[in-house]
Design a protein around this ligand. Sequence first.
Ligand code: NIG
Ligand code: FE
Length: 410
Amino acid sequence: MNRILIQHAKGIVQHGRSHIVRGSEMKQLPVLENAWVLIEGDRIAETGSMDEPFHHPVTDVIDAEGKYVFPSWCDSHTHLVFAGSRESEFVDRIHGLTYEEIAKRGGGILNSALRLQDTDESALFDAALERLEEVKRSGTGAIEIKSGYGLSFDAELKMLRVIRRLKEQSELIIRATFLGAHALPIAYRENRSAYVDLLVNDLIPLIADQGLADFNDVFCDRGFFTVEETDRILEVGNRYGLRPKIHANELDFSGGIQVGVKHNALSVDHLECTGEAEIACLQSSETMPTLLPGTAFFLKLHYPPARKMIDAGLPVALASDYNPGSCPSGKMPFVLSLACLYMGMSPEEAINAATLNSAYAMGVLGEAGSIQTGKVANLFITKPMQSLAYMPYAFGSDLIETVILNGKRI
Ligand code: NIG
Ligand code: FE
């Protein structure tokens, strides 16, 4: 069996912790200094201090002098399966159009849906696999991927089959989310409820039956789906065992957070528009508020009030939202930099949010998110770094030297 020893590490980050972190605890990040990690097969077997070195036979030794060992990032919100980029809308926005104006003209998500409907499954798979390769190199080891660019019976199933193939063939831990309610297709503009009927009567039962998704999502926001429609879709999803993980309060105080919490959502995501009422609602829930600062950056929105949420005792997770319209990047280190700079999160808080808390937000806390005996050996070793704060500080630099997934060097 594969036995890899990483030794002389400057620090093992997120060492031994297995629960989510909230409020003031988010400032604390357990780091085992001057340490070693033993990997056996695809698992983390043991960790220890160099004061008591590991002396037994191994198949591979990695010297990590001056370097940190991190658990891989868990990117709990992406739309990584898509057909083609949308830089023409980026240019339209530079010239003054807003994201919502572009969407109203049939651009945005509907533009991606038209292209995806015309793209065959293997081309979608190849492009998505390439994107996974890219995010792997920036330290992502677990990723959630949504449908939602199909927006028809056949094309939504096509997307979910692509995600299933990615699950089978990629080294990353992958979770799939059904997002049929991403935007209303033009054909249903005069008959919204017929589209919701298609989702709840036809697609959700079939997807649950075929095991094609782990979670159920709705874009509950101004100009997209209403609270009433969301309520219906989440209720039916829950009945079929698909826990909600929804888009909420990106464009307005939409009521999305409240309806998500009502249906015991695993996470509610975006949250640019979050006030006292939304924070109070989250306080009495098991729902993870998940922030996507890459989207606020790219769409020039105001950032979610992370500081207020954490100071009110909430946990917060971070994810990329990788998609062709509102955040064409899956680079988690950049997400951390934005969280620190524009949401007032400390480097420790940002690292907690992108590891343990985001592992929870995609239902993989038992296997990912920390360096702990028994978890999957998905981790990375940095280049030599003076301190942990260097990671979000040196934005844009490639600070990751070695990636290990399932116990194998990539
Ligand atoms: O999470 N907000 C809704 N959906 C995506 C954007 C999708 C797109 O523009 O293609 C998001 O930002
Ligand atoms: Fe999204």
